[in-house]
Design a protein around this ligand. Structure first.
Ligand SMILES: [Zn+2]
Length: 261
């Protein structure tokens, strides 16, 4: 135990630049990029995941544009302010659409500290459907009555921020119509769980629609409502995703621990 503490407290040249709290957030965010890659949820370098700096809530971290998700490390993440200005110079720039989406949500929702955006096949498939996510599976019911929709306006550019925030409202997950998925959390762990569950629900929907002649069995409305309440009741005051987060980090450590450098 003493040895573990000593190792944890050891600093290297890169880590000394950051506070302990910021460094931990960077490590968790880099881990989330690796998990998205490991789970086949990337679109090359075209999507983005952010986390808010615990040091300064006006600062967030985003991926260096041009690095693939499986390459991202804690120290390679780019720090920017909520106006989209890079705070620490980096050899890589930022994806302009990512800046629009993430600064909008982080500015509009100070209760959220992490945002994940994906362009997966299943996510885009459901995002292209008029009725959006259907109450077909238990997993989909986590989002029952709590899923927002944002109309497609083209590749995100400055000017779209207010509508993104307005459409997200008080929810933590949103389907970007004809585009992809967005999931948020109070922590990186929660944002990862939410995007994983939303992705899983979309995959199941697309799978169900691909078989059985499209004759789908929807969960009755009253069961949808009571199951959504069960999700709230069973979670209690815990932040979803936190319990299994150390296990996700252990998985990454077995695969490639360079995310935490
Ligand atoms: Zn996108």
């Amino acid at each position: 135990m003493a040895a573990a503490r000593k190792t944890k407290g050891k600093t290297n040249g890169k880590k000394q630049k950051y506070s302990e709290a910021d460094w931990q957030t960077r490590v968790n965010l880099a881990a989330c990029y690796r998990l998205v890659a490991l789970n086949g949820m990337t679109d090359l370098d075209a999507t983005h995941i952010s986390a808010r700096s615990p040091e300064n809530p006006e600062h967030i971290f985003l991926n260096p544009f041009g690095m693939l998700f499986h390459e991202i490390t804690a120290s390679s993440l780019v720090k920017l302010d909520l106006d989209g200005n890079i705070v620490e110079q980096n050899e890589y720039g930022l994806n302009p659409a990512g800046v629009v989406i993430h600064t909008a949500v982080m500015r509009g929702r100070p209760d959220l500290n992490s945002v994940v955006h994906t362009h997966t096949r299943a996510g885009m498939g459901v995002a292209a459907q008029k009725d959006g996510l259907l109450p077909l599976t238990q997993t989909s019911l986590r989002f029952y009555g709590k899923l927002s929709y944002h109309e497609y306006e083209g590749i995100a550019e400055p000017g779209e921020e207010d509508r993104l925030v307005e459409h997200l409202g008080t929810n933590s997950a949103m389907i970007l119509r004809n585009h992809g998925l967005l999931a948020c959390g109070r922590s990186v762990a929660e944002a990862w769980l939410m995007i994983h569950e939303l992705e899983h629900a979309c995959q199941a929907q697309v799978d169900a629609q691909a078989g059985g002649n499209g004759n789908l069995h929807l969960v009755p409305k009253e069961i949808c409502e009571s199951t959504a309440q069960q999700y709230i009741r069973f979670t209690g005051n815990k932040i979803p995703g936190e319990r299994a987060w150390p296990a996700h980090l252990r998985t990454l450590d077995r695969v490639d621990s360079s995310y935490k450098t």
